[in-house]
Design a protein. Structure first.
Length: 200
């Protein structure tokens, strides 16, 4: 299977409000998505990560663990180099060779407050691949994209995305790329994350 067959960026909708992002409804091969999800649910030794009053979640660096053979592709250099080039084309950006590959798990009650990851680490873009069973808006855990850190209650420049299974959302990281995850109200919310850095 080619890299683009494993994780496609085709069929996405590029939007510029509240900042540049793209939504891809069926981004990942269905069998691989289910394989990843079962592994997340049954075998991963998740590490709790907490910053008081900011976020609580469980995370995993995929490069630091022994992946099942079928899932090793997600950390292979050839796959990541191809993904970098396709992300550059999609986002009209120039990206460096460094790519973080992580996963997140959020349980009921978990949330991530409004923030932007812009800073000295020089992350420039992120691609989130959601892996969830039958997730609905009422389950919470919505990815929220905003144009300011403290939006007014009637602000209309906010985009909220349900983390549907196999839906990917890519976005630029800048001083204005405020985003958050609303409180998870039911279930376990999973995401595979690719973080890109500036060209060094």
């Amino acid at each position: 299977m080619t890299a683009s067959g494993i994780l496609t960026l085709m069929g996405g909708t590029v939007q510029t409000d509240p900042f540049l992002h793209v939504v891809i409804p069926d981004s990942i091969d269905d069998d691989l998505a289910n394989c990843l999800l079962v592994w997340f649910e049954t075998e991963v030794a998740w590490q709790l990560s907490v910053i008081d009053e900011f976020y609580q979640l469980y995370d995993l660096d995929l490069r630091s663990v022994q992946l099942p053979e079928r899932l090793r592709v997600f950390v292979e250099d050839s796959f990541l180099e191809d993904l970098r080039k396709r992300t550059e084309a999609l986002m009209s950006a120039r990206l460096g060779s460094k790519i973080d590959v992580t996963a997140h798990k959020m349980l009921t009650g978990c949330r991530i407050k409004i923030h932007t990851d812009y800073g000295p680490q020089r992350q420039t873009h992120r691609l989130l691949v959601h892996l969830n069973r039958g997730w609905k808006a009422e389950d919470g855990g919505l990815l929220m994209l905003l144009d300011q850190e403290r939006p007014s209650p009637d602000s209309r420049n906010v985009k909220c995305y349900v983390p549907h299974h196999r839906r990917a959302i890519g976005f630029e990281i800048s001083p204005q790329s405020f985003h958050a995850v609303s409180t998870v109200l039911a279930g376990e919310r999973y995401a595979l994350t690719f973080s890109f850095y500036g060209d060094s």
